[in-house]
Design a protein around this ligand. Structure first.
Ligand code: ADP
Ligand code: MG
Length: 386
């Protein structure tokens, strides 16, 4: 996939911008706070319907304005495609694909595949589970739009259930409380089972590909593994899933098993949830771990090892997307190079073969040493290309 042309109107600090990308490497450079990340944020938003740095769409509208617009032309399977998104304050996203208005946001995800690598990602291993969930949720959504719809609905159901749990005392009687919990828990078990299944499969491939990349990067034989861990055991019934086996696939029949196990766990936890006043069972609380040579890298790995693991995971994502979509995704490196040492920069840049890349940085000389001919540079200064 090749991003051709981006137009922004009232997007963050851009009153108006048009930028035409090269098919190869694009280096967007300039001082801090000039609007480099804003450009890649818009490209990423067109592919994921989410920003990598805010969960509130209206943050992207220029201060003092009521709406902003992004228009992105790109090439996919030799077709020219166009995505147009208008964001208004307190209103739903307005999305057009090739001029046709879309009622579902999930129609947008999966049109354009991008992989973004930002300094925040280097923290994914260290940070809390919410960061890790956001990371895999975005990756899976781009490959599977129905996943995007399911997590959106799932989040809504959990939110409603939390509202109930917070106000348990106001519910007239125990019977109606349990009835409402049953309705929420059925839906959580149903959607949750599919979410867990998709995460297990995705993390299974990520683990396999990341290990391959990691071995090449480090010339070492230490195994890199990524595992998704779900505990669904309840008293008397063991049902724990630890996923990360190579290319693990779960068939629909097993989704039924996960759903049943999740429902049992939810049923067994009604009292605890009521007492805590919050929903604690389900994939919105799940997490994954990264192991190197069998040991958890978060605790036992050096910062360098954690960074290398993250680079391996990002490069593995390129392989996964390429295998599934039969096209290379667009790679976005947002200011990530300055955080890496010379050696790791080299790894990353050598992998950029045949992948359209958009890089933002303050110092473009880092790249001049590594990159060949097909490079287009843009100097951004106070929301203008100069
Ligand atoms: N909604 C907004 N409206 C206007 N300006 C914004 C908005 N959000 C961020 N900015 C401005 O964008 C600039 C930061 O842009 P960014 O792309 O993050 O910079 P960098 O070049 O360091 O990557 C800051 O000057 C900030 O004030
Ligand atoms: Mg930036």
């Amino acid at each position: 996939m090749i991003v051709k042309d981006l137009t922004l109107l009232n997007f963050r600090n851009y009153k108006e911008l048009e930028i035409e990308f090269s098919d190869g490497v694009n280096v967007i450079y300039g001082q801090n706070g000039q609007g480099k990340t804003n450009i890649v944020e818009a490209v990423f938003f067109c592919s994921s319907a989410r920003s990598h740095r805010t969960n509130s769409d209206s943050d992207m509208i220029m201060y003092g304005e009521n709406e902003c617009k992004m228009k992105l032309d790109f090439r996919k399977e030799d077709r020219e495609e166009e995505i147009e998104i208008i964001l208004r304050r307190n209103s739903r996203k307005n999305i057009k694909i090739n001029g046709v208005h879309q009622t579902r946001v999930s129609n947008l995800v999966g049109q354009l595949n991008t992989i973004l690598f930002a300094p925040e990602d280097l923290m994914i291993i260290k940070e809390g589970p919410a960061q890790r969930r956001k990371y895999i949720d975005i990756s899976i959504s781009q490959l599977k739009p129905v996943y995007f719809s399911r997590i959106a609905e799932y989040a809504k159901v959990v939110q409603q259930k939390n509202a109930l749990l917070k106000n348990v005392k106001q519910v007239a009687d125990m019977g109606s409380f349990l009835d409402m919990m049953e309705v929420f828990n059925q839906r959580i078990a149903f959607l949750g089972a599919y979410i867990i299944k998709d995460r297990i499969e995705y993390i299974g491939s990520l683990s396999k590909y990341a290990d391959e990349v990691h071995k090449k990067l480090t010339n070492s034989s230490e195994k890199l593994e990524i595992k998704y861990i779900v505990s669904l055991s309840v008293e008397g019934i063991n049902f724990d899933i630890v996923a990360g086996k190579e290319g693990e696939e779960i068939h629909d029949a097993n989704v039924g098993e996960i759903e049943a196990a999740l429902k049992r766990k939810l049923d067994a936890s009604v009292r605890v949830e009521a007492k805590r006043g919050v929903s604690i069972i389900g994939p919105h609380r799940d997490d994954f771990v990264v192991l190197l040579g069998g040991k958890e890298i978060k605790t036992y790995g050096s910062q360098g090892q954690q960074r290398t693991a993250m680079i391996a995971a990002k490069l593995a994502e390129i392989d996964i997307v390429t295998e599934i979509t039969e096209e290379k995704p667009v790679l976005i490196l947002d200011d990530v190079m300055s955080e890496l040492d010379e050696n790791r920069r080299g790894f990353l840049l050598n992998a950029l073969y045949n992948v359209q890349t958009i890089i933002t940085c303050t110092d473009k000389s880092i790249y001049e040493r590594h990159l060949g001919e097909n490079v287009k540079c843009f100097n951004i200064d106070d929301a203008k290309i100069i």
